[in-house]
Structures are given as C-alpha cells and as structure tokens.
Design a protein around this ligand. Structure first.
Ligand code: SF4
Length: 492
C-alpha cells in the first residue's frame, strides 16, 4: 500500500524524532499525546526561539507577506502559494505541502533565479538560536526546500540558517539530499512496517514529553531497561536465556554470551535498583587514574543563552589543579577560532609538561565539541589526534557511570548530582549504605560527618568523592559566570 494512502502528512519534526528515538516516533504516529510537563530550560529555549524569529522579522526590508497561522492548513497553503506567485520579497511562516509531506518554514526569501513563478524563485530561511548548524537543522531546511520546489518547479540549491548571534550559515542541497532521502525512506518503512518498539532510556528522555508514559511502561513491565547502565545487547542476551523481568536477574543463570564480571555487575546494580540504593563497583578504570587526577586538567563546556543578543552559545574552560581557569569565550567566529587555538595550545603545553596528567572532560560531549570546532576551522588537528592516540582524554561521566551505577534514566553528570541531592532520605541511607551517606554528606557539605567517615580509611570512596566534588563545582549553574569573571579579570 502506498504510504500516502493511509498516513497523515510527514512534518520534519517527525523525522528528527525518529532519528533520536524510534519509540517516540512510534508513539507520535499512533497519536499518543505527550503528557509530561516540559522543563523550564526547554520552555526558555522555545521562548527565546520565538523572540529571535520575531527580531529577525523586524529587520526585513521590502514586501513581507505574513501567513495567517490561525487559518485552516488548506487556507494557509493557498495564502503561501499566492504570496509566492505575487513575487513578495518575503513570506513569513509559509505553510508548504505536497501529497505526503508538510511543514512551516520560518521565511521564504525571494531569489533572482528564474522559476515557474517568473523571473524569480524562493529560498528557505530558518531562524535558530544555536550558533552552529546541526544535522536536524539540515533535515528541516531541506524538507521545506523540497516542498518549495514543488510550487516553483525549480529546486533551490541553497537554504539558510540565521543563528542566535545573527550570523548565517548556507547549506547546499547536493550535500544533504541523499541523507534526507534515506531518512525519509527509512521513516516511511518504519511506519508501514508497524515495527514493535519499547522505551529505552537515553539522554533525550529528560526533555521528552513522553517521559512519564515511558517510565510507567518500564515500571509496569518490570523492564530490564531499568537496570542502570544496561545496554540493548545485554537485554537481548538476558532475554534469550529466559530472563524477562528485572526481578529475575539475580535468580537466573548467567547468559552464555555475557562474561561473569559483566553479568555480576548487572546483578549487583539490579539489586541496588530494587533496594533503591547504589552499587559501588570495586574495580575499574577509576584506579588507573588515582594519581593522575591530581595534576589533570578539567575541561568543561556549558551551554547558555547570552543575555545581550539572545544567542545560544557555549562557555568553555579548562581548570588546573591549582584552580586556575583558562577560559574559551567567544561571541563570533573569529573569536571562537582564536580561543580554540589558544585553548588547545595551552592543553598541549600543559600535558607535555605533566606527562602523568589527563584532559578530563565532563562527558564525551566536550571532546566531540573540540573536534567539531577543530574541523570547522581546520586547525589543531594534530594536537587533538595526539590526545586521542595517547588516550589522554578521559570522560568523567563514563568513569562515574562505571564506578557508581545510579538508578537514573539519564546518568549525565548533572543528573547524577541532582539525583544525589534529591532522591534520598539520609537516615534510610545510613541504614543501607554508610558509603553513600559519605558521598551525600560530601555533596551537601556536612564536613564533620565527612571527617568521621574519612577517618575510617575509605580510600576508594575518597577518590570518587573528590572527583564528584570537583565535578559538581564545575557543573553548577554559576560556572559560566565564574568563567566570565575570570576572563574579565584576566583582561583587566
Ligand atoms: S521518554 Fe525516552 S524512550 Fe520514551 S519516547 Fe521519549 S526519548 Fe524515547
């Protein structure tokens, strides 16, 4: 059966959600309404996004036709086509559609290339707060652009993003069209195939409107995905050997394709979940870093919205053991390139001077960001490659995940800290785990209690605790401000 005969039209959001989580795409296609409240951060981003779009609208010269978004979609489409045929300089909130796809482009801008419309045509412009384009942006833009081509009989080769700092990125159809067609075809097959999906905790769950729905599902099913740190492959292995619910993990035989230590850890962390406590692994790469962490550099990138121009930007910095910050702040591409070069040179020199040290990043995200920036400006490749080859970049989030398995869907460092802060009553913890109390007290700053437990000689916990402490000091909300003040002080 052809796709369009039984499905509603495809919007780009659906394709983006499909890439993030197939279960989300499935729930959406079944018409399940998201019911979880959105976080303040997401709401703030949405508000800022609308503000940015409206600010851009105010800067436009010429004849701007605004489509009435209160009208029916057919009426909006008619208005869009008429505006294009009339040769308007700009069409704002253009509603575009064909037999199987639809979408709202922020702006259509009149271009000089001829088309079926006359001696002009249109290109798509979308406003985005971020200062760098993402694959999702590309999917969205090409989706609109393909729909524009249906109306004007000519495929625009370019489409554009206006970022939060008002810089622009132009993307080229030829670079993206194959990828887009592949995603679109996969999505249509997925919907048609009626593939069975289930929730699996990923970082996006934190912002997802289906998170309560999914959490209830996992709890009701006593699902194996509730085991902290479990992978999809490990769930498969356990199911094949007859372990179907979380309560069976401790009772049943080890699946033959899981090693004793892996299955042992899964059993221990299952026990911790069922008892609402925390499993501390006794071995692991944490040990390898014990001494090195003392002299290591800590690198953090923190996403924030700049007050002055509303741009979504990154504050980044490196902190040495002595507490000295090297900050990487930027407001435009030139500054970004210069500060990346300065930062990587600093890291390179420091690590050569301190051969035992590592570059500790809060999560894999930061090392990816360094590489993305290096590719964007075509600088610092050798230095970053050397760090990779010598395994000098260490992700604190994975280390913590390996050594402290938390019953939290998203074990990002910030979430670990939040979870520690919010989830436990201290007295119960004392009964269950003096070690965890030690961690908690340290986080909450009860120094006296800390000293007492420290005197008992919990060396391993001390190391982990120090790590957590440093991490928490780096990921607190005021971190960007601290970075900024350091930069200002340095400049002064
Ligand atoms: S809550 Fe997580 S698993 Fe569920 S639909 Fe959203 S992203 Fe997917």
């Amino acid at each position: 059966m052809p796709y369009e005969s039984f499905m509603k039209k495809i919007f780009p959001t659906e394709l983006i959600e499909f890439l993030q989580c197939r279960h989300m795409a499935k729930l959406r296609s079944l018409g399940v309404v998201p019911d979880s409240t959105i976080s303040e951060e997401v709401q703030l981003l949405r508000d800022k996004g609308i503000e940015h779009e409206e600010n851009y609208l105010k800067t436009l010269n010429g004849n701007v036709v605004c489509i009435d978004t209160e009208a029916s979609t057919d009426e909006q489409h008619t208005q869009t086509i008429e505006a294009m045929k009339s040769g308007a300089d700009w069409v704002y909130q253009a509603y575009l559609q064909d037999d199987e796809r639809a979408g709202y482009a922020d702006f259509l801008q009149k271009a000089t290339k001829e088309s079926d419309l006359g001696e002009f045509s249109y290109e798509v412009i979308d406003t985005k707060l971020s200062i760098n384009p993402s694959p999702s942006n590309a999917i969205q833009l090409i989706h609109y652009s393909e729909l524009v081509s249906k109306t004007q009989g000519f495929e625009p080769q370019n489409f554009h993003l206006v970022h939060g700092d008002n810089s622009q990125t132009t993307l080229c159809r030829d670079d993206i069209i194959d990828y887009y067609n592949e995603v679109l075809a996969d999505y249509k097959n997925f919907i048609q195939s009626r593939e069975f999906t289930e929730p699996f905790p990923i970082p996006h769950c934190r912002q997802c409107g289906y998170r309560d729905h999914c959490q209830n599902y996992l709890q009701e099913k006593k699902h194996l995905a509730l085991i902290p740190g479990v992978s999809v492959g490990q769930i498969e292995s356990m199911r094949k050997s007859g372990i179907r619910v979380i309560g069976e993990v401790e009772e049943k035989e080890r699946p033959i394709d899981l090693s004793e230590s892996v299955f042992g850890d899964l059993q221990k962390s299952t026990k911790a979940v069922l008892e609402n406590s925390v499993f501390l692994k006794s071995e692991g790469s944490f040990y390898q870093l014990q001494n090195s962490l003392k002299s290591s550099l800590f690198f953090v990138a923190y996403r924030n919205i700049q007050k002055q121009n509303g741009a979504l930007t990154f504050y980044m910095g490196v902190m040495t053991e002595s507490g000295r910050y090297e900050a990487l702040l930027h407001h435009n591409s030139q500054e970004e390139k210069a500060s990346l070069q300065r930062m990587v040179t600093f890291i390179d020199r420091y690590l050569h001077k301190h051969p035992q040290a590592f570059l500790v990043v809060s999560s894999a995200y930061e090392s990816r960001l360094l590489h993305d920036l290096s590719n964007k400006y075509n600088i610092c490749h050798d230095e970053l490659d050397e760090l990779m080859v010598k395994k000098k970049i260490v992700s604190l989030a994975s280390l913590l995940r390996q050594s402290l398995l938390f019953p939290s869907a998203d074990s990002s460092c910030e979430n670990l800290m939040l979870w520690l802060d919010e989830s436990f009553e201290l007295e119960k913890i004392l009964e269950k785990s003096p070690q965890l109390l030690y961690e908690l007290y340290s986080t909450l700053g009860a120094n006296e209690a800390l000293e007492q437990i420290k005197n008992k000689g919990e060396r391993e916990l001390m190391l982990r605790l120090n790590c957590l402490r440093r991490l928490s000091s780096l990921t607190r909300e005021d971190f960007p401000l601290r970075l900024k003040s350091v930069v200002l002080n340095d400049e002064a």
